[in-house]
Each structure stands twice: as C-alpha cells, then as structure tokens.
Design a protein. Structure first.
Length: 322
C-alpha cells in the first residue's frame, strides 16, 4: 500500500515521504481499516516535528483522525494507533475506540467530527458548563478546532464572538454563525469584546492558540468567567498570573481530551451520540475547506502547520468521498 512516512523530525513538507510499504497487521483488540478520508489536525504537524506529547518510533505514518471502513463493510471514525496513522491507504485502530460514522455526514466530514468536536463538547459542556444566553468567545474561530467550538456554542444557545486573523477568515467565521467577528489584525480584541458585552466581558473563552490570545482572554473575561485552554497553536505556552485570576474571580480550565479515553471512555460514547444527533439535525457540520488526494497530503499538512487554512483539510485516498 502507499503511506506517508516520517523518517526524521522536521517540518511536514520536508520530512513526509510517500512510500510503498507493507499493509499493517492488526494486533489483539485492533482492527484494520481502509482509509476513506483522513482529517488533518495540528497535532499531525507536531508529530512530524517531534513536539507532540506522543512520540512514535521512526519511521511512522502521521494522521490521527480518519473515517475508515472495516473489513466487514462498516463505516467508522477512529483515531489510528500510531505508528500506523491515517495518511495511508490502510490504518490500524483499537477496536474499543472505534465509533460509527454518522449517516448525515460524508467521509471527509465524518473524519473531522471526532477530535475537534469532542474537544469542543467536553470543553464547553463538561469543563466550562456553558449556559444558554451566555457569551462565548472563540479564538481562531475560522480554524478546524475553533469552527467546531463556534457551531457547538451556537447549538447550545450562546452568543458567539469569533476572533480571526484576516478578512478571508472573518468571512468564514460569519458563515459559521458567529454573532460578532473580530479581526485581531485590524481591531482591538479587548475593546471590541467589552463593547459588545456592555463592559461585562465573555463568560466562556475557548483558546486553542495560547500566547497573546491567552493574554487578551484574561483582560476581557467576565466575572466568574471560564477560560478553556485546549492548545497552543501560536507556539507560545502562557504562564498564567494566578493572582490575576484571584483578583478578577475567573477560572482557567485545562482540557486534554485524550485522557477521557483512559479515565472515562463511556463519556466519549455519550458525547458521540450527542454529536451524531446534532449532525442529524443539521446543527453541526464540519467545515471542509479542501479535499486533497493522498499524493498531496504532505503539502496540505504543511499548510495547516503554517496556519493558512480555514476549517478542515481532508486527505481522501481513492475509494473515499471526493
């Protein structure tokens, strides 16, 4: 089969190589899946760079989120078991973690439903307890992680403010349903949030960026507000001033979604059921901005790493939904 292999760490566009390799053999409790679509996530870039919390042995195939087909013909979504990741014609996944793909979504959309939407659902509902009528601020609202949070926030009845970088991304955020879009390149984020909320600030802030975005969050979070830390796409990990959290009476909540696989796997199943129902009603639908063939995967991962994409980019090998 064909698979992208990383033999040394570095930038995805430089170190990913498309090669002919043996089809992986599943071990006990694993399934062999034909890849119908693989969604590109920022962690795929971190894996290539050797900067992710998981460091698979070299060589490995990146691709942490797929829609696949089982040998008995079932369409499923899964997180492949590295080193046999999803940027290949076949991948391996632990059978206990495989979930049915929603009928309402095509292969690329189904592949994009899992990590980003589960992270958003757990962050907004289980960690921050977002309430109807509250104001939700989403950083990088036009990106893959942010767009999921925007849709989930709207589905929960929140007023959603999206922060983006650039006019093109602002248009995407509006199409996603943001009530207000702030272009951080041309507008003062803190001032705009305070003006939009009558000086109160945002009740819940969803931050997959870190760096300056986190600093802005602390200055426009409401009384008893909650800042959800889900990642550091900026490359800068903030150092919170806890005296500031004390004085302003807000909470900083970390979210590592992958821990739920080990700590509370039933919660992941319940979340998937909720997401499936929301997809069936049309309340959420992953924004797929690009669908690229397997041969273009390395360049696509690099674009995601560079932060120039909107929504999700899906790699669609032959046999998946084009």
């Amino acid at each position: 089969m064909q698979a992208w292999q990383v033999h040394q760490n570095g930038e995805p566009g430089a170190v990913m190589r498309l090669e002919d390799v043996d089809r992986p053999v599943p071990g006990d409790g694993q399934l062999l899946l034909k890849v119908r679509a693989a969604n590109i996530n920022f962690p795929d870039a971190l894996l290539c760079r050797g900067q992710y919390q998981i460091t698979p042995p070299l060589p490995f195939t990146p691709g942490v989120e797929i829609c696949g087909e089982t040998e008995d013909g079932r369409r499923v979504i899964a997180n492949p078991a590295l080193p046999h990741g999803g940027f290949a014609e076949y991948a391996i996944a632990d059978a206990a973690t495989v979930l049915p793909a929603p009928d309402a979504l095509d292969d690329a959309e189904a592949a994009a439903l899992h990590i980003g939407y589960q992270t958003g659902w757990f962050g907004l509902h289980r960690r921050a307890h977002l309430q109807e009528g509250e104001t939700l601020l989403v950083h990088a609202a036009a990106g893959g992680v942010g767009s999921a949070a925007v849709q989930l926030g709207k589905a929960a009845g929140a007023k959603v403010i999206g922060v983006v970088g650039g006019a093109a991304k602002a248009e995407v955020a509006r199409e996603l349903g943001c009530d207000l879009v702030i272009d951080r390149r041309t507008e003062n984020v803190i001032g705009a949030v305070k003006e939009a909320t009558g000086g109160r600030g945002a009740d819940v802030i969803y931050d997959p960026v870190g760096g300056d975005a986190y600093t802005q969050s602390t200055k426009c979070v409401a009384f008893e507000g909650r800042i959800i830390v889900v990642g550091f796409a900026s490359g800068v990990i903030p150092t919170p001033a806890l005296n500031h959290a004390l004085v302003k009476n807000y909470a900083v909540l970390g979210l590592h979604w992958g821990l739920y696989n080990a700590k509370d796997p039933q919660a992941i199943l319940r979340c998937h059921e909720e997401l499936t129902q929301l997809a069936a009603k049309g309340a959420i639908k992953p924004l797929i901005s690009e669908r690229v063939p397997l041969s273009d995967a390395a360049a696509a991962v690099q674009r995601v790493a560079d932060g120039v994409t909107t929504g999700r980019v899906a790699v669609v090998p032959a046999g998946g939904d084009a």
